[in-house]
Design a protein around this ligand. Structure first.
Ligand code: UDP
Ligand code: UDP
Length: 471
């Protein structure tokens, strides 16, 4: 067998929910393989500032990885913004611009890499822009699908049923998996002029042209879905699909000294008593909803750690509210909040918080990385899915019994969910022992999948051997 170096390049899309799993995959490859050279290619500028900070920390931890970046200019912004170029502009407009940028930037970049690439791993948001490039350069192209296998079945089957949009059916039938209720499909995938829908229309038919998919999941969590995709039930010409999850959080994800702040507070709370409320890397709640959220958490009677993002994450209309928490919540509510909770207005080290023994429940928007971090740490989830894939992800949790979600709270911005409703739901959730028991079982399975000789390592070794024979 050849000892030649395997050279792999990775290209994440913009957004922390994409960069984090790519960096965890890179770390997994480095830890489990000798003779591997990694090149990480990232778009510039990033979507939010934390991405560039995370990249620097990754670089300090793994100086042997080559970091390259290419210009992915931002599209003209539909409304005026101040000088901070890292303010999040609507995500799918940035994705659309990125898909055009790679067409120019990638061919010279990929063909100049030395030694020549063994294979390339790109993000699922760029499939149809990248495939023609990798095909013309004869570079095998794998895709890291950064969501659940359940959402992958939907994505890969999308081109089959998209002709019947908007759906008149109550559920979408996908071979080999339970029907997906249409209510779990994001309105952005139904709206006629949506960019999200356009991307799906372009990329879904190309699924069979990709050399293979990597998914951050594991058998015990999505057995039926994995069996259906791997067994060719979802698509008869489905390329190989590898379950490499759960991706394990890494040391370099800790940000400066500030990550320690909530831990000081958590250290003083009883075991399993705290509900941790955090809604992703670019939460889009307005302040009215945040106020109700805080009221609800107070009403639940539980201790809580609530994360609301700094104003730079928020839409223009909320900027006038950039004021202190006191001004937003009012003194009375702030007093009640402080009796039972801690509110953070900045980025937190989420995967670390989920591993703290004081945390007994996770109130989450059900981004897939968040769900996998909760699985890794055995923390039950109460879901409040907001958009995209999140309802389908929430269903994965509910079906496997370690959490639940409220089907009547609507998609993001559809309605103001009142504090009373939130409080009652969280109180019932935090007192349900069955979720805790099931979450511990999920954690055991997650750890087993990632143990020495576990599913993940075996799958990776088999996959890499194939390439070692070819270099
Ligand atoms: N995250 C974090 N701190 C925060 C918010 C988010 O560390 O304050 C991390 C979280 O742990 C996860 C990622 O950002 O790894 C968010 O990805 P996810 O798929 O859960 O949601 P998205 O932000 O993509 O909607
Ligand atoms: N959006 C869109 N078309 C789509 C999907 C999303 O226009 O197909 C926009 C929509 O305006 C929505 C936003 O994307 O409010 C949600 O994503 P983002 O994270 O960009 O919101 P922001 O952080 O800019 O508030």
């Amino acid at each position: 067998m050849s000892d030649a170096v395997i050279h792999v390049a990775l290209l994440p899309s913009i957004g922390m929910g994409h960069l984090i799993p790519f960096l965890r995959l890179a770390t997994f490859l480095l830890h489990h393989q000798n003779n591997i050279k990694l090149t990480l290619i990232t778009p510039h500028p990033t979507y939010i500032l934390h991405e560039s900070q995370l990249l620097s920390r990754f670089h300090s931890s793994f100086p042997q990885v080559t970091l390259l970046r290419f210009d992915a200019p931002q599209p003209p912004f539909p409304f005026s913004l101040s000088s901070n170029s890292h303010i999040a502009i609507p995500y799918f407009q940035r994705i659309e611009a990125l898909r055009s940028s790679v067409v120019q930037a990638l061919p010279p970049l990929l063909s100049s890499l030395s030694p020549p690439l063994t294979f390339f791993v790109s993000d699922f948001f760029m499939i149809s822009s990248i495939l023609p490039i990798t095909q013309s350069l004869s570079i095998p192209n794998y895709v890291l699908f950064t969501s659940s296998t359940t959402f992958f079945t939907f994505f890969s089957h999308y081109s089959v049923f998209s002709s019947s949009l908007p759906y008149s059916l109550e559920a979408i039938e996908i071979p080999g998996v339970p029907p997906l209720p249409t209510s779990s499909i994001s309105p952005f995938l139904l709206a006629p002029n949506s960019i999200f829908k356009k991307i799906f229309m372009e990329d879904s038919p190309k699924v069979t042209k990709v050399d293979g998919f990597f998914i951050n999941t594991f058998e015990a969590l999505e057995h039926q879905q994995l069996e259906a995709v791997k067994g060719g039930k979802v698509l008869s010409e489905m390329p190989p699909v590898f379950a490499f999850g759960p991706f394990v959080p890494c040391e370099f994800e800790k940000e400066g000294e500030q990550w320690k702040k909530p831990f000081k507070w958590l250290d003083d709370q009883p075991s399993g008593s705290v509900v941790f409320a955090n809604f992703g890397s670019s939460s889009v709640f307005g302040w009215e909803q945040i106020k109700e959220l805080a009221r609800g958490l107070v009403k639940s009677g539980c201790r809580f750690l609530l994360v609301v993002k700094d104003r730079k994450y928020y839409k223009e209309e909320d900027k006038k509210e950039e004021s202190s928490l006191e001004e937003v919540l009012g003194d009375e509510l702030v007093d009640s909040v402080r009796k039972k909770g801690l509110v953070m207005k900045e980025w937190v080290y989420q995967s670390g918080i989920l591993s703290h023994e004081a945390v007994g429940g996770f109130f989450s928007h059900c981004g897939w990385n968040s769900i996998m971090e909760a699985a890794w740490n055995g923390v039950p989830i109460f879901g409040w899915p907001q958009q995209g894939d999140q309802r389908m992800n929430a269903e994965v949790v509910e079906k496997s019994g370690w959490g639940t979600w409220n089907k009547n709270w609507g998609w993001i911005g559809e309605r103001l969910v009142k504090g009373d409703e939130i409080g009652d739901a969280i109180s019932v959730f935090m007192n349900d022992e069955s979720f805790k028991i099931k979450a511990i079982q999920i954690k055991d399975e997650a750890r087993k999948a990632r143990s020495a000789g576990g599913d993940c390592e075996v799958a990776l070794q088999k996959f890499i051997q194939k390439w070692k024979k070819n270099v």
